[in-house]
Design a protein around this ligand. Structure first.
Ligand code: SF4
Length: 111
């Protein structure tokens, strides 16, 4: 057991690899779901409210050096979408960026 100061993906994974059930409250920027976007674990992709796919496309790093998974649509998917003005008024594509420790975070969040 630890306080929320220990809440990060590395710690959650560290404990799981050692078969230790961590009881560290999830704290910070993590959100368990992206409103309006469904995640499919088998295809590792999101589906937007207009039915377009956001597949995993790139491993990136935050300014603090934390590894992130980036998902995005194509420009052609969004260009003619009736929801564009509400969804991405100034962008050409919709991007979702998640921690690489998403699954460990989700399990900690559910606990
Ligand atoms: S703008 Fe793009 S991501 Fe947003 S709902 Fe439309 S197709 Fe989907």
């Amino acid at each position: 057991m630890a306080d929320a100061g220990y809440s990060n993906g590395y710690n959650y994974q560290f404990l799981e690899k050692r078969k230790i059930t961590g009881w560290i409250p999830v704290f910070g920027k993590f959100r368990p779901q992206v409103d309006g976007f469904d995640y499919n674990k088998e295809t590792d992709s999101y589906t937007c409210p207009n039915g377009k796919k956001l597949p995993f496309r790139s491993l990136e790093y935050s300014t603090e050096g934390k590894p992130l998974k980036a998902y995005w649509t194509t420009r052609s998917d969004c260009a003619t979408c009736p929801l564009k003005q509400k969804c991405i008024p100034k962008a050409g594509t919709k991007r979702i960026v998640k921690t690489i420790y998403e699954e460990e975070y989700q399990r900690a969040y559910l606990r």
